[in-house]
Design a protein around this ligand. Structure first.
Ligand code: PLP
Length: 460
C-alpha cells in the first residue's frame, strides 16, 4: 500500500471507527497505532509494509496461526453450499450438529447439550440465564446471585461486564447488575501474606468465599464463575488445591460452578481444557476464541446433565426455551470450528503448545529473571506473563497512572513485537499461536526485553 493510501486509511479510521477498549480522546488525535492488512502464521503486516511478530495471537485466540488456506477453503465451501440457516423452532443444519457432538465427546466433563452463541460475552450471559432458569424451575426464585473474582474477565455485555472484576468496565455504565458479587483472586504476589504456604493461602480464600455466601444467605447464591487461569486480569495461575477447596464450599451451599474456558479451552495451557489442568468440576463450561481460532465468531455453552435435566423439566412450566441468537449454530462458524479442531488434532498443536510453551518459559526466565523491575514471571502452557514493579524489595508497585507495562508494549512495537499490557496489573502477556517456532519465540522475548531496557532508560 502506498504511503498516501495508508495515511488516508488511517484518517478514515480516526474519523469513523468507534474503537473498543481505547482511550478515545488520545485516539481522536493520533488515529490507529497500526493498521494491520495481512497476517500469516505468527506474522502481521501493516499498511506501511512493516511486519510484526504477534506474541498475543490477536486476543489470545488465533491458535492455529493467521490465514491458513485450509480454513479459507472450509469457509468458502460452506458459503458456497449453505451460507446460513438458523436453528430456531427445532430447525437444524448439518455442521453445527456434528460440532456439538464433537464438543460433547472432547469435553472434560459429561455434557448433555451444547448451546452456540457468537462471543464469550454472550455465552456467559446465556450461562447466567441458564443458572436463573435452573433455580426458578427448582422452586428457588431467590437463589440468583453470581459470585465472580476481582480481575476475572468474562466479557462486556450488561451481565457479563459485571462478572468481569475490572472496575473500568463498571464505572460510567451503572454496572455491575445488583446480583453480582466479587471475591479476591488467587494472586499470591499481592493477595497472600508474606510467608504463607499455598495451602494457607487457599484456605484463606475458601474461607472468604464461604463467609460471603453465609453473609449473603446461601439461599440467594446461585453460581460461582471462574476462568481456570485468569488471563486478562494478569495471567493468574491458581495455587495447588485452589479449585478443590473452592469446590467444597460450592458443593456445601448448592452453588453451581461455571468454568470460563474462553482463553484456556482447546489447548492454550498445553492440555485440552483448563478444567482438567486445575481439577475443576464445572456444571457449565463457556468456550469461544480457540474454538475457531477466531477465523469467525463462535462461542458455546457446554451444559452438563445436572443443569440440562432441570432445563428439560422447566419446559412443562415455561413452555419453549425463550433464548437464542439469529447466529446461534451458524453453519459457517461450525465449518470453521470443525476445520480448526482438525488442524489442532492432526498437527498435535496442543502438545506443541506445551513444548513450545516450555521453551517460552525458559526464555522468559533468561531474559527477565533478576531484573530490578520484574516482580514475577509466570504462566503455563503457551501463556506467559511478566509483572513489573517499582521495586522488588520491598515489593512496591508503580503508580498505575504511569502505565509502565503499556509503555513496554508500545516500545515492543518498535522492535517488531506485539505483546499486551493487561488491565489492572502492570503485566505484559505472551500468548502466541501454537504454530509459533522456537526462533520466533526467541525473537518475541528478546525484543520485549529490549523494549523494557528502553523504557527503564527513558524513565531515568
Ligand atoms: N471470557 C474470557 C475468559 C475472556 O478472556 C473473554 C475475552 O477476552 C471473554 C470471556 C469475552 O469474550 P468476547 O470478547 O468474545 O465477548
Amino acid at each position: 500500500m502506498s504511503q498516501q493510501s495508508s495515511a488516508a486509511l488511517k484518517e478514515m479510521d480516526r474519523q469513523h471507527l468507534f474503537h473498543p477498549f481505547t482511550t478515545l480522546k488520545t485516539f481522536d488525535s493520533t488515529g490507529p497505532a497500526l493498521t494491520i492488512v495481512s497476517g500469516s502464521g505468527s506474522t502481521l503486516t501493516d499498511s506501511n509494509g512493516d511486519t510484526y511478530l504477534d506474541a498475543m495471537a490477536g486476543l489470545w485466540c488465533v491458535n492455529i496461526g493467521y490465514s491458513r488456506p485450509e480454513m479459507a477453503e472450509a469457509l468458502a465451501k460452506q458459503a458456497n453450499t449453505l451460507s446460513y440457516y438458523h436453528a430456531f423452532s427445532g430447525m437444524g443444519t448439518d455442521l453445527p450438529a456434528r460440532l456439538a457432538a464433537r464438543l460433547s465427546d472432547m469435553a472434560p466433563v459429561p455434557v448433555s447439550r451444547v448451546f452456540f452463541g457468537n462471543s464469550g460475552s454472550d455465552a456467559n450471559d446465556t450461562q447466567a440465564k441458564l443458572v436463573w432458569y435452573y433455580n426458578n424451575v427448582r422452586g428457588l426464585p431467590n437463589k440468583k446471585k453470581i459470585i465472580s473474582r476481582q480481575r476475572g474477565y468474562h466479557g462486556v455485555t450488561v451481565l457479563s461486564a459485571g462478572l468481569t472484576g475490572l472496575t473500568n468496565l463498571h464505572e460510567g455504565f451503572d454496572l455491575p447488575l445488583p446480583m453480582i458479587r466479587h471475591v479476591r483472586p488467587p494472586h499470591r504476589l499481592w493477595e497472600a501474606e508474606p510467608g504463607m504456604t499455598d495451602a494457607e493461602f487457599v484456605a484463606v480464600l475458601a474461607n472468604e468465599l464461604e463467609a460471603l455466601i453465609l453473609a449473603e444467605g446461601p439461599d440467594t447464591v446461585a453460581a460461582f464463575i471462574a476462568e481456570p487461569m485468569q488471563a486478562a486480569g494478569g495471567v493468574i495461575i491458581p495455587p495447588a488445591g485452589y479449585f478443590e477447596a473452592i469446590q467444597a464450599v460450592l458443593d456445601k451451599y448448592d452453588v453451581l460452578l461455571i468454568a470460563d474456558e474462553v482463553v484456556c479451552g482447546f489447548g492454550r495451557l498445553g492440555v485440552d481444557f483448563g478444567t482438567t489442568a486445575f481439577g475443576m468440576k464445572p456444571d457449565l463450561i463457556t468456550v469461544a476464541k480457540g474454538i475457531t481460532s477466531a477465523y469467525v465468531p463462535l462461542s458455546a455453552c457446554l451444559v452438563t446433565p445436572k443443569v440440562w435435566d432441570v432445563v428439560m423439566a422447566g419446559q412443562d412450566m415455561y413452555g419453549g426455551f425463550g433464548h437464542g441468537y439469529t447466529y446461534s449454530a451458524h453453519p459457517l462458524a461450525a465449518a470453521a470450528a470443525m476445520t480448526n479442531l482438525d488442524i489442532i488434532e492432526n498437527e498435535k498443536l496442543t502438545e506443541r503448545a506445551a513444548t513450545v510453551g516450555a521453551h517460552m518459559h525458559r526464555r522468559l526466565q533468561e531474559e527477565f529473571a533478576g531484573h530490578p523491575n520484574v516482580a514475577e514471571i509466570r504462566g503455563q502452557g503457551l501463556v506467559g506473563a511478566v509483572e513489573f514493579v517499582r521495586s522488588t524489595s520491598p515489593m512496591t508497585a508503580f503508580d498505575p497512572s504511569m502505565g509502565f507495562a503499556a509503555k513496554v508494549t508500545k516500545r515492543s512495537l518498535a522492535h517488531g513485537i506485539v505483546t499486551r499490557a493487561l488491565p489492572a496489573a502492570d503485566t505484559i502477556s505472551f500468548s502466541p499461536p501454537f504454530t509459533t517456532t522456537e526462533d520466533e519465540i526467541d525473537a518475541m522475548v528478546a525484543g520485549t526485553r529490549r523494549a523494557l531496557d528502553d523504557v527503564v532508560k527513558d524513565e531515568g
